[in-house]
Design a protein around this ligand. Structure first.
Ligand code: PEP
Ligand code: MG
Length: 325
């Protein structure tokens, strides 16, 4: 589907203003950060910090963690960066990690749950992240949040990390923005409960889809079911956009859907205006977004919300793309 439109997109000449749209890059390794400036990304919208742990032989300490993340910031030109705290567990497990075996690891001790169960490691990790405030504007994001108390607890550790760093002579601010990934149904359905706790929301459509559809995102046998084009996923994404707007909490999408040029018009029509995407896709995404206007994308979403299968939604999105290009 993508290749069919690629050439047309690049030669597309009807560029509207995309001034109300913010585009950020998702980064896992330093090499991905190099082009962000050239692509005029507003920043790194998702730095997947777990990659420094998964590649290591033993748990990296403060200095190693700081160095790993600082090298990414340096490659990115010290632009504003949202660092996600370790999203380990489930399919992302390093050999040295203290994990008991779990029958359903995707529903187990992953993300913020793992961090809160290992407070000493979490504090070192937070200190390594906060220390980077000396280099660039930093925001912190918590993965796999399902309950408000997890954010309350994490914020306490964040305050402790800031106090300790200041006492050690680091020039870090008294507070650092703390946001959450919206990627569990518990968080998405109860999003109002997080409005006064989180400084921003970032929607993780990869996990949100797997948990809404009760289908493993890495299991090909249920690949069709585990699709963000499924109507229940659309409904919940619309609800998150509406709730964020009415509670005035900044929201963006950092899951794969934002890097899918066919899905973007849906996100746009739901009201999302901030996206963190696979870095290499930024130029194409910019062109597609500049061809979308609010009236048409809204109409697309109204139609999509009446679909009863992913196939129907995909067909709608295909037609929409053929119309705008
Ligand atoms: C997501 O779940 O959509 C997400 C961005 O996080 P990850 O893919 O790293 O789990
Ligand atoms: Mg996720």
């Amino acid at each position: 589907r993508f290749m069919k439109y690629k050439t047309q997109m690049v030669s597309s000449s009807f560029l509207h203003s995309d001034s109300d749209i913010s585009l950020y890059g998702n980064v896992e390794i330093a090499a991905e950060a190099i082009h962000l400036k050239e692509y005029q990304a507003k920043g790194i919208g998702l730095l997947r910090s777990e990659f420094m742990v998964l590649q290591a032989r033993s748990l990296p300490g403060f200095a190693e963690q700081r160095e790993f993340m600082a090298s990414i910031l340096q490659k990115a030109g010290y632009i504003s960066t949202t660092i996600r705290t370790l999203d380990v567990g489930s399919d992302k497990v390093a050999e040295f990690m203290d994990m008991t075996s779990e029958a359903n690891p995707a529903l187990g001790l992953r993300g913020i749950r793992y961090s809160l169960a290992h407070p000493e490691e979490f504090l070192i990790h937070l200190k390594a992240i906060v220390s980077l405030c000396e280099l660039a504007p930093i925001q912190i994001m918590l993965p796999m949040v399902s309950m408000p108390w997890e954010v309350v607890k994490a914020r306490q550790y964040l305050h402790q990390a800031i106090r300790e760093l200041q006492a050690e002579g680091y020039h870090v601010p008294d507070s650092v923005p703390l946001g959450i990934m919206v990627e569990t149904p518990a968080c998405a359905l109860g999003i109002e409960r997080f409005a006064h706790l989180a400084d921003f929301f970032s929607v993780g459509t990869n996990d949100l889809t797997q948990y809404i559809m009760a289908s493993d995102r890495g299991n090909k046998c249920v690949g069709d079911l585990c699709s963000p084009y499924q109507p229940p996923v659309l409904e919940l994404l619309q609800r998150i956009a509406d709730a964020s707007k009415s509670m005035a909490v900044p929201v963006s999408v950092c899951g794969e859907t934002a890097s899918d040029i066919f899905y973007l018009p849906l996100l746009h029509g739901m009201g999302y205006r901030s996206f963190s995407v696979r870095t290499s896709t930024i130029p194409e995404i910019r062109v597609v977004l500049s061809g979308i206007d609010s009236k048409r994308s809204r109409y697309l979403v109204e139609q999509a919300l009446r679909c009863s299968s992913a196939e129907e939604t995909i067909q709608l999105c295909d037609n929409f793309m053929a119309e705008i290009l």
